[in-house]
Design a protein around this ligand. Structure first.
Ligand code: URA
Ligand code: CA
Length: 434
């Protein structure tokens, strides 16, 4: 069949076969199907949607468009966690050592960040000496030995997705559930995941601002995973305000250390226990979610989770003693409290613009070429629902510049204070267990 016929078939709402979807993705990847035809196909999909079978086929066709990481030398079920992104999301830094401490292998391939703060690798590099430039065999050996290791992006994973995402970006077709779901799932599967736990964020600071959309995306991804033989579960969590208190690279490492000691922000701890329970359960290390949760609570209490972080950091060249003495992390020159101007209750913390404020300080990259300042960032002192008095610290700013009027202005504009009492938003809106 010619591409024009397949576009027409999709336009008219008919279901494409597995072979037809494979043909489209193969042709698009090798360049024999031009961008203008693929654009039309993306738009037809945007309006017509895709059946469960088409979604699974599209996902696997994109997986097969490039390299697939083979983690079969690692013992156990490799469970990966994916978050749809948010501001100050410290969960990966906590979860990796936390679940490793109960024997779940964490073989994480990660990247650098663009935007609010760094990606997981940037954050980890706040630990002096830590690096992800290890070869594949070292990576596998480390996971077998310590149950956790992180490696930088290697290989040519899902080139079809890369190309299609770029095309969707300029043809107003990003916002299609089947296309988003297959895009995310293809990357996780290509990176070697046997099972997948999804953290789908909703609220003002999330990619999916609307709760119903977040639920639909979560369900779509869970269905794809389970239809292609990767057990998948999802948590739908709040991003109407940043998670935890810390936004910034070294600050988030410090926050992860606190959380692994059981002394972190309650929302971050709770979300890590929820996601972690799913990971432990899918890795078949527990018979029920309740048991999984008890195991995680136990390793926080007895210090094994913190020890796992220390071992993980040291094994990749990092100074593991930061775990006992976080003052060894990069420190900012100026520490400034931003005070509330009036009494009331915090009613809004606009995550996106708080993230931008952190980026202006240097915690994130405005462009791919920007250098990150690992020491700087923000610590929230109040969260939605908290009572404040004029003069209370709302946010502590960690900066290496003394002229930061623009940052202060941005933070003041992102935090709304109401005279009336405000309820804290729920942290978890729902879960999808296949
Ligand atoms: N994130 C992805 O990885 N893919 C999408 O299509 C949208 C968000
Ligand atoms: Ca945080």
């Amino acid at each position: 069949m010619r591409m024009v016929d397949l576009i027409q078939k999709k336009r008219d709402g008919q279901e494409l076969s597995t072979e037809e979807i494979q043909m489209i993705i193969k042709g698009f990847t090798d360049g024999s199907i031009p961008d203008y035809q693929m654009s039309a196909f993306a738009m037809a999909t945007y309006f017509q949607g895709m059946s469960e079978q088409e979604r699974a086929d599209l996902t696997m066709a994109m997986v097969e468009s490039g390299d697939v990481i083979d983690l079969s030398e690692i013992e156990g079920v490799k469970v990966d966690k994916h978050s749809t992104g948010g501001v100050g999301d410290t969960t990966t830094l906590v979860l990796a050592p936390l679940v490793a401490a109960v024997g779940v292998p964490v073989a994480k391939m990660s990247g650098r960040g663009l935007g609010h703060t760094g990606g997981t690798i940037d954050k980890l590099e706040a630990v002096p000496g830590f690096h992800v430039e290890i070869d594949k065999q070292q990576f596998i050996d480390l996971v077998n030995k310590n149950k956790v290791a992180v490696i930088g992006q290697t290989g040519n994973l899902t080139p079809a997705d890369k190309k299609l995402y770029a095309l969707r970006d300029v043809t107003a077709t990003v916002n299609s559930i089947p296309l988003i779901a297959s895009s995310i799932m293809s990357k996780k599967i290509a990176a070697g995941a046997d099972a997948i736990v999804l953290d789908v964020k909703t609220g003002a600071g999330a990619f999916m601002k609307d709760l119903d959309d977040a639920k639909e995306l979560a369900q779509a991804m869970v269905n794809i995973g389970n239809n292609v033989g990767r057990e998948t579960m999802a948590v739908i969590s709040d991003m109407s305000q940043p998670l935890g208190f810390a936004i910034g690279n070294a600050l988030e490492i410090q926050e992860a250390i606190d959380t692994l000691k059981g002394e972190g922000p309650k929302d971050l701890e709770e979300l890590c226990l929820a996601l972690g329970s799913y990971m432990v359960y899918l890795a078949k290390k527990a018979d029920s979610l309740e048991q999984a949760r008890e195991m995680l609570e136990e390793v926080i209490k007895n210090g094994k989770a913190l020890e796992a972080l220390k071992v993980f950091l040291s094994a990749q060249g990092g100074d593991g003693s930061v775990v006992d003495d976080p003052s060894k992390l990069p420190q900012a020159e100026y520490v400034i409290d931003l005070e509330a101007k009036e009494d009331g209750y915090v009613s809004e913390i606009i995550a996106d613009s708080i993230g931008t404020a952190a980026m202006l300080l240097g915690a994130g990259r405005a462009t791919k070429e920007s250098e990150i300042d690992l020491a700087v960032g923000l610590m929230l002192r109040k969260k939605i629902g908290d009572a404040v008095k004029a003069g209370d610290a709302l946010v502590t700013i960690y900066s290496n510049q003394d002229q930061i009027e623009d940052v202060k202005e941005k933070i003041y504009n992102s935090i709304k204070i109401s005279k009336d009492k405000v309820e804290a938003p729920p942290l978890v809106y729902g879960t999808i267990e296949k």
